[in-house]
Design a protein around this ligand. Structure first.
Ligand SMILES: C[S@@+](CC[C@H](N)C(=O)[O-])C[C@H]1O[C@@H](n2cnc3c(N)ncnc32)[C@H](O)[C@@H]1O
Length: 353
């Protein structure tokens, strides 16, 4: 991850930087269309293709298919032979179509371009102090979020990161009971069940389309007998669990202390409480590195307006620093929030004790 320099740019330098960002935005927009229209999947499955072939395989109009293919080749995403047959190189195909690859960055484009469709509502919220809820952001946000985290939640998190924490390893080995709050499409719960055959997981989320998707995903993954999803406010959940997790959701919550209080109650005196949230800097510094820029970008367009859509919200935003989580944990009755020695570019892992 790189950081911008501290020196003040000339008008020409900053103009060039913004121009480059616009080219990147246009690429993200055409990538969004290529995903939504099935262009990349058609090229990956049956390439090289001409515009007429791509249009026929995706039920789209040939004139648009040609313009899109030409733009992608001009940008160096696709290669072109004889000016009219286009191919998707294997490495590029992995980033764009391999949903389980750690290099599957495409959902980031989906989410950012999708959030951009809500500019009127966002501008109104910025004026009024209100918000734009997760439900209003719709499928691009919900499905983009799930797809973004899926490779991590099915791979390193259950297979490397959590087993490296002794207290959690013991729960996973003995087939303990797990509660996963703010579970979204369920990949964290499903990942834990797939990697640890004795474990049972209850996932909780108050977004109905997410719970429906999570239930389908559990069936498809063959773990629906051990992973159950519940449409519920995490703050109101009862029961006793050996491990209680919250993956990338505490900063979204209007009432994080209420949910952390419930997590503490669910873990009882012996359970482990784990939070995965953004690996932002310990303190505010500007300019910031790429992770900091990305998280502020999401905060502007998604997490802060989502949080503020609910009356009485604390309005955390995506940039939840460790001190903020420690304060929330303390108000929820924990003695502390220990940062675990898990190395990840985007996420920090906390054990609440
Ligand atoms: C950013 S998404 C993260 C989803 C998932 N954990 C993941 O990593 O993909 C945050 C989720 O928290 C859920 N959520 C927000 N408030 C909640 C609450 N009070 N109880 C349960 N879920 C909640 C939202 O509906 C959303 O699915």
């Amino acid at each position: 991850m790189t950081s911008p320099t501290l020196s003040t740019p000339t008008a020409q330098e900053f103009g060039e930087r913004l121009f480059g960002a616009v080219l990147g935005l246009q690429l993200a927009q055409s990538t969004y269309l290529g995903d939504r229209l099935g262009y990349y999947r058609a090229l990956a499955a049956g390439g090289p293709l001409t515009p007429a072939e791509l249009a026929a395989r995706t039920a789209t109009a040939e004139r648009y298919a040609r313009e899109w293919l030409e733009h992608q080749a001009v940008c160096g995403v696709l290669t072109v032979d004889d000016g009219h047959t286009f191919s998707l190189p294997p490495g590029t195909a992995e980033v764009l179509t391999d949903e389980l690859s750690p290099n599957h960055v495409l959902p980031l484009a989906r989410m950012c371009v999708g959030l951009g469709q809500h500019m009127d509502a966002l501008a109104a919220a910025y004026r009024s102090g209100g918000g734009v809820s997760w439900a209003e952001f719709g499928a691009d946000a919900r499905e983009g979020q799930a797809a973004m985290n899926r490779p991590l939640l099915l791979g390193p998190v259950p297979r490397e990161y959590l087993p490296s924490v002794p207290g959690i390893a013991a729960v996973l080995e003995r087939g303990g009971r797990v509660a996963d709050v703010g579970c979204g499409h369920g990949w964290s719960a499903i990942g834990l069940a797939l990697a640890h055959p004795g474990v049972t997981v209850d996932g909780y989320d108050l977004d109905a389309p997410s719970i429906d998707a999570a239930r389908r995903n559990a069936v498809d993954a063959g773990v629906a007998d051990r992973v159950r999803f519940h449409l519920a406010d995490a703050a109101a959940v009862t029961g006793t669990y050996d491990l209680v997790t919250a993956f990338e959701c505490i900063h979204d919550l209007p009432d994080p202390v209420g949910v952390l209080t419930a997590m503490r109650r669910l873990a009882g005196t012996r359970g482990v409480v784990l939070v995965m949230d953004e690996r932002v800097a310990e303190t505010y510094t500007a300019p910031g590195d790429e992770v900091e820029q990305l998280m502020y970008g999401f905060s502007l367009m998604c997490c802060l307006p989502d949080g503020l859509a609910h009356p009485g919200s604390v309005g955390t935003g995506t940039v939840m620093r460790p001190d903020t989580l420690r304060r929330y944990a303390s108000e929820a009755g924990f003695d502390g929030a220990e940062v675990l020695p898990i190395e990840d570019t985007f996420f920090r892992f906390y054990q609440l004790v």
